[in-house]
Design a protein around this ligand. Structure first.
Ligand code: SF4
Ligand code: FE
Length: 487
């Protein structure tokens, strides 16, 4: 692995010639800019863990392509154990960063594209898998971070890609050349984009015959000419701009993944980096497999966050002298119960994983959808309980400027004190951490990341095997099989 340490990852980003805008201005260095630096640090943790003996087995593995040691984030799952180790790794990373560490998006894209490339080749005699393996070997050997780019803007959602008044609302091929394709359009909500090395571009949905120019998969280096990124605002990001150490809540890692719009303004992708080109019947499968892998993650990475939140409110209740109250213990118990329930579904969908024809393993898709769907509820319930236990001071506490003020600092210290022996600063710090982890942008990801709740409901209904369940009921009710009018 060329990038061995987190510091080398950060150095590698400095060498890129990126075009990133934030609040109307170009970011010169993502590794030092106040808006992006915390996200760089969170992603850097994926590199740091690989170097720690305790986590080496989770964070690294052996490439099935080369036999060399690689980061798990660049691996193609070869068995159920790989799937389980992945979710265990994500929980640890969630615990260590308290936020999204971003690198799973490309990881899941790699696994989806690998398995589908194999199937396209089987049907059409193409050589996508060989191309993909070459690219992936490069990613593994260099230990690069890949952003999986899937979500298109979609414009008027009642219209298909080709019916849009502005055809760029879905990323499309605008020119086919002998040596590759030129693409145009944008991807929204791209977690970790500004601090990745490569973009793996995938279609956003199943495509029909008319939408062939929208049906492609390809990879480009992040600083390819024609790529511009616009980094999103987050709740309280002004606190970060001013480098407020306490009031930003989680100054080291930020409170959410760090998302960007990626614009492709006539970007060239050479043939050797194209892994699907017009085979529309496979576009839905790519989306489906990517979504399943990513949904499986949420019961692990978000459980890591819930572990931190549970620890934060427990510590705060010690500071506030409420730790021994039965209702506090009961609510903390509920937080733990909900977190472990979510984690169980991440483990379950991994344990029930099966090989695709390529040999790459895929999680149980029904359980993965259930897992993510529960995150859209349980994480909010855990956050609600955390806010309930923390009390109203989360919304009203004075700033760190007042805490440090010569005029009023002593008043803040006197009236925000708790149990003797706990510094007031600790109470405010932990309060700000809870504020950052329960409010604003932080919780949106648990609803919409890896697909909005309705996307999971569609899959859960589709995969619910209702016909089989009806049969079970009929047998027990003693209703004989007969030909029935379709419902
Ligand atoms: Fe990984 Fe979770 Fe962030 Fe998705 S939300 S990229 S699974 S840490
Ligand atoms: Fe996400």
């Amino acid at each position: 692995m060329k990038i061995n340490r987190s510091s080398e990852y950060i150095e590698s980003l400095k060498k890129l010639n990126l075009s990133i805008y934030y609040k109307g201005k170009r970011i010169k260095d993502v590794t030092t800019h106040a808006a992006t630096e915390p996200h760089v640090r969170a992603a850097a943790m994926t590199y740091a863990l690989a170097g720690q003996e305790k986590y080496k087995d989770l964070a690294t593995t052996t490439s099935h392509l080369t036999g060399r040691e690689i980061s798990r984030f660049t691996h193609v799952h070869q068995n159920v154990e790989d799937l389980i180790k992945k979710v265990k790794l994500l929980r640890v990373l969630g615990q260590k960063t308290g936020t999204c560490f971003q690198r799973c998006v490309g990881f899941d894209g790699i696994n989806a594209v690998y398995s589908v490339a194999y199937e396209i080749d089987e049907k059409h005699g193409t050589d996508y898998l060989e191309r993909f393996k070459k690219w992936l070997t490069y990613i593994q050997d260099e230990n690069l971070m890949v952003v999986g780019a899937m979500t298109d803007p979609k414009g008027d959602r009642s219209k298909s890609p080709t019916q849009q008044p502005d055809l760029d609302q879905y990323v499309r091929i605008v020119e086919r050349r002998d040596d590759g394709i030129i693409i145009r359009g944008a991807k929204l909500h791209m977690t970790g984009a500004v601090n990745s090395h490569e973009i793996l571009i995938m279609p956003t949905s199943a495509m029909d015959e008319a939408s062939k120019d929208y049906a492609f998969v390809g990879a480009v280096p992040i600083d390819t000419p024609g790529i511009t990124m616009i980094f999103g605002r987050q709740a309280n990001d002004d606190r970060r701009d001013r480098r407020e150490k306490i009031d930003s809540g989680k100054p080291r890692f930020g409170s959410v993944g760090g998302e960007a719009v990626i614009v492709f303004d006539d970007v060239f992708i050479p043939n050797e980096r194209i892994f699907l080109n017009g085979e529309i019947e496979f576009t839905g499968t790519i989306v489906y497999r990517f979504a399943a892998h990513h949904r499986a993650n949420y019961g692990a990475c978000k459980t890591g966050l819930m572990d931190v939140l549970t620890g934060a409110v427990s510590y705060l209740s010690q500071i506030q002298g409420t730790a021994k109250s039965s209702h506090v213990r009961d609510k903390v118990t509920e937080m733990i119960h909900l977190s472990e329930t979510l984690y169980s579904s991440s483990i379950a969908c991994s344990a029930e994983g099966e090989p695709t024809p390529s040999g790459a393993y895929l999680v149980d898709t029904m359980l993965a959808n259930v897992c993510k769907h529960n995150v859209t509820r349980f994480h909010f319930e855990v956050a609600r309980l955390a806010v309930d236990l923390a009390g109203g001071f989360i919304a009203t506490m004075p700033s760190e400027y007042d805490l440090k003020s010569e005029e009023v600092g002593h008043l803040v210290k006197k009236y925000l004190s708790g149990v003797a022996g706990f510094p007031v600063e600790d109470r405010i710090k932990i309060g700000r951490l809870i504020e950052a982890m329960t409010g604003g942008t932080a919780m949106v990801e648990s609803i919409h990341g890896a697909g909005s709740p309705q996307a999971q409901r569609i899959m859960i209904f589709r995969e619910g095997k209702l016909g089989e369940k009806i049969k079970l009921a009929k047998v027990l009710a003693g209703i004989p099989p007969r030909k029935e009018a379709p419902s």
